[in-house]
Design a protein around this ligand. Sequence first.
Ligand SMILES: Cc1cc2nc3c(=O)[nH]c(=O)nc-3n(C[C@H](O)[C@H](O)[C@H](O)COP(=O)(O)OP(=O)(O)OC[C@H]3O[C@@H](n4cnc5c(N)ncnc54)[C@H](O)[C@@H]3O)c2cc1C
Length: 409
Amino acid sequence: MTSPQRIVIIGSGLAGGSAAAALRERGYDGGVTIIGNDPNPPYELPALSKQILLGDAEEPDWVRPKEFWAEHDIELVSGATATAVRLGNRVVVDDKGTEHPYDRLLLATGSAPRSLPVPGADLDGLRTLRTLDDSRALRDLLTEGTKVVIVGAGWIGCEAAAAARKHGADVTVIDPLPLPLHRSMGDECAEVFRDLHAENGVSWRLGVGVEGFTGEGTVSGVRLAGGETLKADLVLVAVGAAPRLELAKAAGLELSDSVAGGGVDVDSALRTSAPDVCAAGDITAHYHPRYERRIRVEHWANAKDQGTHVAGTLLGETTPYTKTPYFFSDQYDLGMEVRGLANPFTDELVVRGDLKAREFTAFWLRAGKVLAAMNVNMWDDGEALQALVDGDMTVTADQLTGAELSSLV
Ligand SMILES: Cc1cc2nc3c(=O)[nH]c(=O)nc-3n(C[C@H](O)[C@H](O)[C@H](O)COP(=O)(O)OP(=O)(O)OC[C@H]3O[C@@H](n4cnc5c(N)ncnc54)[C@H](O)[C@@H]3O)c2cc1C
């Protein structure tokens, strides 16, 4: 296989940036171009809903130091949107009309926040949180007594609520589900997060949907099903994100309908259905041998690891990507990590430690195998947890609650 002369990457997020960096770190000396519509060099998103929103940092974690890209002869075309991929003549066109020829192409276009299709959704002042600019602008509005209404009690809604409370804002979070983080946590663990936020002064409106946003030009209220209208100085819509598939779709790549939200079908080495076109990060629906199905993972580690992995594929390797999902969150004094993938409504929950004290590890088991594990404010067992989630061993609830975890792996 000949080495490509030029690799073009669409998307300057964590997956795209990690891929470009890994190409150079592997010694690839051909042309590398990253086209990104964000004005900044590649950065990681987690600090946007944590340190930056909390006021503890001004800068995000950069994927590499800002000078890295020029120093490594990586062409960073920032503030430009790729508008078309012409597979036939191997060219990407951007919104300034510039053509970027490629031998191999990586799509790493990430996700965009979902909006709520309700009356008033077009009012000014409705905010979402995806970019560095979004985060800094939101932080500047979080002040003592500001009435903040957050629609959506997922990870970003919960982290934003914690930051808003730190600034003394008056925070209400609305979700149609009965508990925050319910889909990923199930009942018992989601109750831990509900209580944590309530103790920190968040008002919950759970089990109730939003019927519309109210205001004259600018949003000033949120109308709930049932008629109540909550006054708001600031509304954050945090109802999840959708993979940005427009380019892949227009180019005719195979898309998946078997993962929530859809995704770009990639094989185990992250190759799409088109020759010489790969995809990585939030947009991929990749077949995972452990789960025997395609999965799409919207988390930091997946973007970093797939980005790094796909560099090999762009250079002609065919090694499968097999990492199990991992993510983390910080809210108030609670830090947690989740490894693996489980269904909290059908898999067996085993808790080691103390849920009420918020110091515990939750395991989700199917037929005696640990499919996922979440450590909350417990940091010593990371390696054992990873081995349990990745391994094939069968364990009992008594072993998980009683034994040294390292003795089980
Ligand atoms: C606020 C926030 C906090 C998060 N915190 C955590 C966390 O604590 N833990 C965790 O595990 N995960 C977290 N995540 C999720 C994680 O950050 C994402 O899964 C990860 O960033 C995905 O990386 P990506 O490169 O695939 O996509 P993105 O980071 O979305 O990057 C894609 C980039 O491509 C650009 N782009 C899209 N289309 C085009 C185009 N046509 N032309 C040019 N550029 C384009 C986008 O603007 C964007 O800059 C968080 C996400 C957010 C939004």
